[in-house]
Design a protein around this ligand. Structure first.
Ligand SMILES: Cc1cc2nc3c(=O)[nH]c(=O)nc-3n(C[C@H](O)[C@H](O)[C@H](O)COP(=O)(O)O)c2cc1C
Length: 313
């Protein structure tokens, strides 16, 4: 009753982890059965090793946090050699998130991933690639997902991958519907909505930004209504495009809310920092919520808010 489809990908459950918020993935096995959630979306990786932004990189805010980690990581090759076998060993289903600073670098990441997976015994652990077009913390580089043509170009060069592509978009633009349409036409099977909301917090003692990068991305419950609205608007405009909803999900109801707005699946990010069991807990709560509301399939929640909502029981 909990299985869902995101385009061509079938998941055992709609709840997944969100990129960058669940360590390397395999650690989560200490807190729950990884085959009871849909997938673990790994931290975005590039074709090269990247140091990320200066510390401090994270700071709590009421109802969430602000971060400017800046995509620190050891790169695709390292992930295939070290993290993928560890994830396979704990029966995780992986979605690999990739990034780059140019169209060419996205293509290189996609190519390295393709080459590495084709010779890996763990290839079947990976079910999709999420192309991160929306990191707000890259000093000196704009957000790709704010540029319709650039977003389409990135997806087009990654479309040679044998795996389904999901495009992760930004809520920090009024162009999100147009970008979603364009990346879909360029080859993305689904869109992931949303990445963090740009923001800044100043230190009351120094009067300067608390984060080493200056600004950062806000996540957690504070942004949940932004995620619901973005998912709702994109689903209303492009109902045939599968959406993965993410942003401030801390309970089964908030996961259901994103599905009612139009998401086929949901990711849990910041809640995991407060409780490493969060995604397992939320997955259970979502299934219970659906049962309590008389739904035999969780998948039938998708887009119901556009069709009169839940029938009165
Ligand atoms: C510390 C941190 C690191 C993140 N790193 C990434 C990343 O590498 N790639 C990515 O696409 N999103 C990244 N995100 C964004 C999350 O995947 C998610 O889109 C966002 O936090 C909203 O969901 P949440 O409110 O449940 O955290 C990061 C978020 C946080 C808080």
């Amino acid at each position: 009753m909990s299985r869902v489809r995101v385009g061509s990908v079938e998941l055992t459950h709609p709840v997944m982890t969100a990129s960058g918020t669940a360590g390397h993935g395999a650690e989560l096995a200490a807190y729950g059965e990884l085959n009871s959630i849909g997938a673990v979306v790994v931290k975005s990786i590039a074709s090269f090793e990247w140091a990320g932004n200066p510390a401090p990189r994270v700071h709590p805010i009421p109802q969430g946090m602000i971060n400017a980690v800046g995509l620190q990581g050891l790169g695709v090759q390292h992930w295939i050699e070290h993290d993928l076998p560890a994830m396979a060993a704990v029966n995780a289903t992986a979605v690999v998130s990739i990034w780059g600073r140019s169209v060419d670098e996205y293509q290189q990441a996609a190519q390295l991933l393709q080459d590495g997976l084709s010779s890996s015994p763990h290839r079947s652990t990976v079910v999709a690639v999420e192309v991160n077009l929306s990191c707000p913390n890259m000093h000196g580089h704009g957000i790709f997902a704010h540029d319709i043509n650039m977003s389409a170009e990135v997806i087009a060069v990654c479309a040679g991958l044998e795996l389904p592509l999901w495009a992760k978009l930004s809520p920090n633009t009024d162009q999100v519907v147009a970008v979603a349409q364009t990346v879909h036409e360029a080859g993305a099977e689904a869109v992931t909505l949303i990445n963090t909301v740009v923001g800044m917090v100043l230190d009351p003692e120094t009067g300067r930004p608390v984060l080493g990068n200056g600004g950062g991305g806000i996540s957690g419950r504070a942004i949940h209504p932004v995620a619901v609205r973005t998912v709702f608007d994109v689903h209303a405009a492009i109902p045939e495009l599968p959406i993965i909803g993410v942003g401030g999900v801390t309970s089964g109801w908030e996961a259901a809310e994103l599905m009612l707005a139009g998401a086929s699946a949901v990711q849990v990010g910041t809640a995991t920092f407060a409780d490493p069991r969060a995604c397992f807990k939320i997955a259970g709560e979502l299934s219970e919520w659906a049962t309590r509301h008389g739904l035999t399939e969780v998948a039938s929640l998708t887009g119901l808010a556009h069709r009169g909502g839940l029938s009165p029981s």
